[in-house]
Design a protein around this ligand. Structure first.
Ligand SMILES: Nc1ncnc2c1ncn2[C@@H]1O[C@H](COP(=O)(O)OP(=O)(O)OP(=O)(O)O)[C@@H](O)[C@H]1O
Ligand SMILES: [Mg+2]
Length: 338
């Protein structure tokens, strides 16, 4: 069967692409490619391309083909997806070309044009059958929730380009919001803060390192507190090297407004949620997924603000891909879009 038919579950994210095959992660790479600037010829993808980002001479360019969860550069997206699919299915050549089915998570806010471009891009990348599922539904499945039960569950997926908030019941999305405020905006807050408060010019990679090491949404993390993180960069004023130790409290303050926007959107979705489902959510709690849910203190902060318990999913960066993988096994789920 494997010879004739292959199935891939894909989370094509703004920041990262994760692919499952036969219940295993076969690819987990940043959504980025490097091309020769003049010819557009592919030079590297994923991790290797990311290492080149912000280090390229003019003849090489790096491209992140997705913006806010949807394809922004069609040709680049197709090159990236083709490369990733090839890597995921292995390069072994067989006499028979196996039929390839892909199940792809797409943002809740996708327009018909966005959906068309994902579908075309996957077809050109070699998929014979393309099925799509809304990402919040996939995350809920990946977290292990019974999405078809008459029971309200709420998911908040904070990715790179979008934060998706959805209330799910009976196999459908009852209420939702998709906002373009997520990890990338938090990284930009850190870049601005470093230049305004410390006079240090840092790139995206360093800002993300700061976020991973001392990213926090609370100014008091109690026993979760972490040591300051040393940043080396260029003094914006003098051009000389400069070092600074950045504390988690500083990061909590500089990203506060952005986290607040996500928090307010969660409250707005809860306000629109029908009362019976709302009561279910109060009991079940609210699930956090996506890379943004790894910010220190996020469940505590949201729980305090919303007065409903928040839980961070296990391995939150893979919740969508794991969910699409589970959906591959249930082709009759009503929420799959063929
Ligand atoms: N430990 C961490 N702490 C804080 N942020 C993190 C951490 N790990 C990853 N992130 C952030 O999470 C984001 C990526 O998350 P994820 O892979 O869920 O996004 P995505 O699915 O690619 O994007 P989208 O869902 O918007 O299309 C990035 O902004 C990254 O900086
Ligand atoms: Mg995502």
């Amino acid at each position: 069967m494997a010879l004739f038919r292959q199935e891939l579950a894909i989370d094509l994210g703004t920041a990262n692409t994760v692919i499952f095959k036969d219940d295993q992660v076969v690819l987990d790479e940043p959504s980025i490619i490097a091309v020769e600037t003049k010819s557009g010829k592919l030079m590297a993808l994923g991790h290797v391309a990311q290492q080149m980002e912000e280090h390229t001479p003019p003849k090489i360019s790096t491209i992140r083909p997705l913006m806010n969860g949807v394809i922004a550069d069609y040709d680049a997206a197709e090159q990236m997806l083709t490369g990733f699919i090839r890597k995921a299915i292995g390069k072994k050549k067989t006499i028979f070309s196996p039929s390839l089915k892909t199940l792809i998570g797409i943002p809740g806010g996708s327009t018909p044009v966005d959906m068309r471009s994902i579908r075309d891009s996957a077809s050109h990348a070699g998929a014979h059958e393309v099925v799509m599922v809304y990402e919040p539904m996939a995350s809920a499945l990946g977290i292990g929730l019974d999405v078809t039960a008459p029971n309200g569950n709420m998911i908040v997926d904070i990715g790179g380009g979008t934060s998706e908030i959805a209330v799910i019941s009976l196999g459908g999305i009852v209420e939702s919001a998709s906002i373009h405020v997520a990890g990338n905006e938090i990284t930009n807050d850190i870049i601005d803060y470093m230049s305004q408060q410390h006079n240090i010019h840092v790139g995206r990679t360093t800002a993300e390192q700061i976020k991973f090491n001392v990213g926090s949404v609370l100014v008091d993390l109690g026993d979760q507190a972490v040591e300051p993180y040393r940043v080396k960069g260029r003094n914006i004023l003098t051009g000389l090297p400069l070092e600074a130790d950045i504390t988690y409290q500083e990061i909590a303050s500089c990203i506060d407004k952005t986290v607040d926007k996500i928090e307010s959107e969660i409250l707005r979705v809860l306000q629109r949620t029908p009362p019976e489902l709302y009561s279910n959510i109060v009991v079940n709690g609210i699930w956090l997924a996506g890379g943004g849910s790894l910010l220190r203190g996020i469940a505590e902060r949201f729980t305090k603000k919303v007065n409903i318990p928040f839980h961070v999913a296990e391995d939150p960066l893979k919740a969508v891909a794991r969910g699409t993988c589970l959906a591959l096994k249930e082709p009759n789920y009503p929420f799959l879009m063929k």
